[in-house]
Design a protein around this ligand. Structure first.
Ligand SMILES: Nc1nc2c(c(=O)[nH]1)N[C@H]1C(S)=C(S)[C@@H](COP(=O)(O)O)O[C@H]1N2
Ligand SMILES: [Mo]
Length: 204
């Protein structure tokens, strides 16, 4: 009966609240596996072919290959991952190039206030500069010591732990610095412009 389903979901949520406290955003439940959520086909980009472009409001636009990209700096962060479809994956170790390392290697123009993330396959997502430039954000190439598989965004994906995971774009091909925030793929299609899971900024 559905009533049992509601009760068991409630019991699971209470159990998880005990375990994770305020780390689990409202309306989320945890999963132990790692589901794949992709809109459309999975692009296939080899490590050799992968390029990353820094464009827009910077004094000098730049292109990197994986090795020159990693030369910007490498770090590991521990973070949770919250999908707007209500599953959360707790305690991931992401290895990648911190956004702060990228910022210190570019000359940003004063009127930049947001970024558009571009991906192989055409996906895009937008972030305010203050949501993009945070210590824990990185362009990741591995999770839990394992290189990202193709379906999870390899060779490189963005990880923005404090926002819903549609902002954590897979198969990134570049970041474009822009003067004013404008919607990316899901944001055009009704998702929230910012996507804070703790205030349930799901749709608008
Ligand atoms: N390029 C691209 N990035 C994407 C998506 C996508 O469809 N295309 N889906 C987003 C969504 S909605 C989620 S929840 C996460 C899922 O990442 P995963 O498939 O590795 O779990 O990737 C995000 N990044
Ligand atoms: Mo998602």
């Amino acid at each position: 009966m559905d009533l049992f389903g509601i009760q068991s979901r409630r019991a699971k949520r209470e159990e998880e609240e005990k375990q994770y406290g305020t780390r689990l955003p409202p309306g989320q439940h945890t999963v132990q596996n790692w589901p794949v959520l992709t809109y459309g086909p999975t692009p296939s980009i080899s490590v050799d072919a992968w390029r990353f472009h820094i464009t827009g409001l910077v004094d000098q636009e730049q292109t990197f290959n994986l090795s020159s990209f990693k030369d910007l700096g490498e770090a590991t962060i521990h973070a949770d991952f919250h999908c707007v479809t209500r599953f959360s994956i707790m305690d991931n170790d992401w290895a990648g190039v911190p956004i702060t390392s990228i910022m210190s290697s570019i000359a940003l123009q004063a009127n930049a206030s947001a970024v558009m993330i571009h991906c192989y396959g055409g996906y895009t997502t937008n972030l305010l500069l203050e949501d993009f430039v945070r210590d824990e954000n990185l362009f990741a190439f591995a999770r839990n010591n394992t290189p990202l598989s193709e379906e999870h965004g390899g060779p490189v994906r963005l990880i923005v732990p404090h926002l819903y995971a549609w902002k954590s774009a897979k198969w990134v091909s570049g970041v474009e610095f822009i003067a004013s925030d404008r919607p990316g793929f899901w944001e055009v299609n009704g998702y929230h412009m910012r996507g804070d899971p703790f205030s349930e900024e799901r749709f608008r």
